[in-house]
Design a binder for this molecule. Sequence first.
Ligand code: ADP
Ligand code: MG
Length: 240
Amino acid sequence: MIDVQALSKKFGDNLVLSDITTSIQQGEVVAIIGPSGSGKSTFLRCLNLLETPSSGSIEVNGKNLTASKKDIHKIRQQIGMVFQHFHLFPHMTVQDNLMYAPMKAKGIKKHEAEEKARQLLERVGLGQKAKAYPNSLSGGQKQRVAIARALAMEPELMLFDEPTSALDPEMVKEVLEVMKDLAKSGMTMVVVTHEMGFAREVADRVLFLDHGVLVEEGEPESFFQQPKSDRARDFLDKVL
Ligand code: ADP
Ligand code: MG
């Protein structure tokens, strides 16, 4: 589904991603881990062109993101993104947050968007919060709304950038549960996370980045038990 070839990204003279080549299959759950500043967010942002690669190519479903500017809008619509800090529209109810993009960008009729919003809110356990405003929700609830909002566009791929890092510890689990359900439903997911338990349990594959280099990738079991590189071993020693 995603094919990344020799992707590099520079900010000025700072080489933040260096020659990354990997691919992601449909239905796969990929966890990206690595130290702070290693380029995890930049990599994720390149996948939906929130950042423009300096060189290399990214194909999504056979379409070259870096070449076909005219398709970008369409390709982006197929990619949902969830951030650390939710980014909900504060002046809209939860339900309106979910209805806005489908109506605006896809021309979905209001009653259909509303029906879809209600289904999705049920799915993330927030059926009663449709008319609430984001400010009245807990962090965990806000993040579940953000996930539902991304799903309202019916994406083929979901990107998560540290979705639980801004949450109080007691709220981490409810968000991870929603993500786990999503993974089980067959969604293709790329998740930057510090939740090693989640990576180990839910991911099909782990990518380990350090200083912008894809140092190692593999199945969670082998990666966590027997990392091949010293850098991954050092990192795991610190976080586990
Ligand atoms: P991570 O998500 O792994 O913590 P990031 O991808 O956020 O790492 O950042 C990788 C490096 O790129 C860091 O050195 C960071 O300072 C730099 N960086 C990220 N975004 C920008 C930007 N918009 N402009 C300049 N430098 C940036
Ligand atoms: Mg980051």
